[in-house]
Design a protein around this ligand. Structure first.
Ligand code: GDP
Length: 348
């Protein structure tokens, strides 16, 4: 739905307004299709008396209003574009909204400090405009330098993904959705008879070489074998693979490679009730990873107990891993590793 970002200088009434929006949203929640609200997002119905009239006439079970999301974007201060306050990170939150609601202080109150010493709406508006102007200039510079590098590569017949860019430059050109910027896996489709020693196949060698030159991945499969496997009953599949001299289906490798290429990682939760694989982005911290299960886990995160997959298996159980001292206690800065088995401690 439409997102409106609430911004403004400190002490102008942003939180007060945002909290009112959230309370209003909660009050409407009964006839509302949304239930999860992120801490800084409030969803409200667009008031429209016609909705109920139509709903009554049609004897509808439910009337669903149009909605708007209000996003509280605190942290815009003088110098934000230079990295003051929360800096660039939160400017990117502003980029994601469809419209900006700038709260401007027009009330006098000697008990509430004005960041610039006096109530001055015109100056407040100017300060924020200027920060956004600086941020846009930075963005434009990053885009320009990225485009120049990319153009050079493209004119040379090379894909955009072969260009080394800073994170900032990369973000600045994301919206272009360049075809040659997308990560690529070459799927070398070999003959049934070549599957067992595919790495020795000259064609595959050629693809491997090109893939490495083009910063791309390679996975070898026999599409025909995969198709034939689907025709076989489960219990005969392994036998068939063995007869071809391979241990497993190539489809699994392909799926894992695709997953890995997108920068995705897996961690596990494992207990008596269930064992589950969770998808996270590479580099996520323990609280962020916990947030994938439920946002309350992230908010109330205290610590995580974690054991690497191999250690868990070697120990035989979580309890045994704990006894052997393989279960580590990690804090909020811990970067979750591929295959970690996690147990989260959190406040509710
Ligand atoms: P923020 O920093 O922009 O999020 O501002 P807050 O919403 O936290 O408000 C800062 C202070 O101003 C709080 O003490 C509010 O109660 C108060 N405040 C907010 N709106 C008004 C208003 O319209 N009149 C007065 N007198 N105080 C207000």
């Amino acid at each position: 739905s439409l997102r409106a970002g609430i911004v403004g200088l400190p002490n102008v009434g942003k939180s007060t307004l945002f909290n009112a929006v959230v309370e209003n949203g909660k009050a409407q929640a009964a006839n509302f299709p949304f239930c999860t609200i992120e801490p800084n997002v409030g969803i409200v119905a667009v008031p429209d008396s016609r909705l109920q009239v139509l709903s009554n006439l049609s004897k509808s079970v439910r009337a669903v209003p149009a909605s708007i999301e209000f996003v509280d974007i605190a942290g815009l201060v003088k110098g934000a574009s230079q990295g003051e306050g929360l800096g660039n990170k939160f400017l990117s939150h502003i980029r994601e909204v469809d419209s900006i609601l700038q709260v401007v202080r027009c009330f006098e109150d000697n008990d509430i400090v004005h960041v610039n010493g006096k109530v001055d709406p015109k100056s407040d508006i100017d300060v924020i405009n200027l920060e956004l102007v600086f941020a846009d200039l930075d963005q434009e510079e990053a885009e320009k330098s990225a485009l120049e590098k990319i153009r050079e590569a493209l004119l040379d017949g090379k894909p955009a993904r072969s260009v080394t860019l800073t994170d900032y430059e990369r973000d600045a050109v994301k919206h272009l959705c360049l075809l040659t910027m997308k990560p690529v896996i070459y799927v070398a489709n070999v003959a049934e008879s070549d599957l067992s020693d595919a790495a020795d196949n000259n064609y595959v060698k050629e693809v491997t070489k090109v893939a490495s030159e083009l910063q791309s991945g390679i996975v070898t499969v026999s599409a025909q074998v995969e198709a034939e496997l689907t025709e076989l009953p489960m219990e005969e599949r392994q036998e068939y693979l063995n007869s071809l001299g391979v241990s497993g289906s190539g489809l699994g490798n392909l799926i894992r490679a695709t997953y890995g290429l997108l920068g995705l990682r897996t961690y596990f939760t494992s207990g008596e009730k269930e064992t589950k694989a969770w998808t996270i982005l590479a580099g996520m911290t323990a609280p962020q990873a916990a947030g994938v299960i439920h946002s309350d886990f992230e908010k109330g995160f205290i610590r995580a107990e974690t054991v690497a997959y191999d250690d868990f298996v070697a120990a035989g159980s979580l309890a045994a891993a704990r006894e052997k001292g393989l279960l580590r206690s990690e804090g909020k800065d811990y970067i979750v590793q591929e295959g970690d088995v996690m147990l989260f401690r959190f406040n509710v």
